[in-house]
Design a protein around this ligand. Structure first.
Ligand code: MN3
Length: 268
């Protein structure tokens, strides 16, 4: 298995995490400003990763709408899981996040990606709450957009990149599934882009891969039990296998483009 080999790729850590994707210096913010005139709730499907470059911690944050019915991902993900996961779990991250930002207006001007990329810019006292709840909000927003009941094909550029870095889509899926299975307890399995190079990683809890400089997420699978337990119980492997039936390649394409733009932008 290529897991260990691929992990070597993610060791290409930038000089400063904050400058990694250029999010901090306003580069992505400026890029976003020229292309997306209005950044406001409700978050539109497949555009939220981009809008997070400009959305600040002023709050309040709102639960993003799903682009499909909670029953639409059946039989791979059941309706009750979706209702609880989206309506209760994600909402709880948002509620907790809103409490933090309301109590700490001094962090209100920082952008979402800026903070996730360098958590040390928020006061130590609120850092764990921001890490868990902002991470939870961003990760779940991306996760919802990465799923679709519609069958879509990845772009040729993305297929080429996946083939170059993994050998095939199937090999990439196997590496992600392995990372998800190996994640002890709760966390996520990811495909990340680091200056255009794709690799697999996983994070604990609600950490996002930008937090440790692993790269910008283009695919993320929630492997917390709440994501699958009602239907799959202890069979996380079956959930991971089924998940790929739902992947929204259009979102992956967009996240890959965003990662490319960010890494191509000179950092200040
Ligand atoms: Mn979850």
């Amino acid at each position: 298995m290529s897991g260990a080999e691929k992990e070597v790729v993610v060791m290409t850590v930038p000089s400063t995490r904050r400058a990694f994707f250029g999010f901090a210096a306003g580069t992505i913010g400026a890029l976003v400003a020229t292309r997306v005139p209005v950044i406001a709730a409700p978050v539109r499907p497949a555009s939220s990763a981009r809008s997070f470059a400009q959305e600040t911690l002023a709050g309040p944050f709102t639960l993003p709408l799903l682009d499909y019915a909670t029953s639409a991902l059946e039989p791979h993900i059941d309706q009750l899981t979706m209702e609880i996961h989206h309506g209760k779990h994600h909402q709880a991250y948002i509620d907790n996040l809103n409490k933090v930002v309301a109590e700490h207006p001094e962090i209100g001007e920082l952008s979402v990606w800026e903070v996730l990329t360098d958590l040390t810019i928020v006061p130590e006292a609120v850092r764990p709450a921001v890490r868990n709840n902002l991470g939870g909000h961003v990760n779940h927003t991306i996760y919802w957009e990465l799923m679709t009941p519609k069958s879509l094909e990845p772009s040729q550029a993305l297929v080429d990149a996946i083939t170059r870095d993994f050998g095939s889509i199937e090999q990439m899926q196997a590496a992600v599934n392995e990372a998800g299975l190996k994640r002890f307890g709760s966390g996520w399995a990811w495909v990340v882009s680091n200056s255009g190079t794709l690799s697999v990683t996983s994070t604990p809890n609600q950490d996002n891969p930008v937090m440790d400089g692993a790269g910008f997420p283009i695919i993320g699978i929630d492997v917390w039990e709440h994501a699958y337990y009602l239907k799959y119980q202890n069979k996380r492997a079956d959930y991971l296998t089924a998940w790929w039936n739902l992947i929204n390649w259009r979102t992956v394409d967009q996240l890959y483009s965003l990662a490319q733009e960010a890494s191509a932008t000179p950092t200040a």
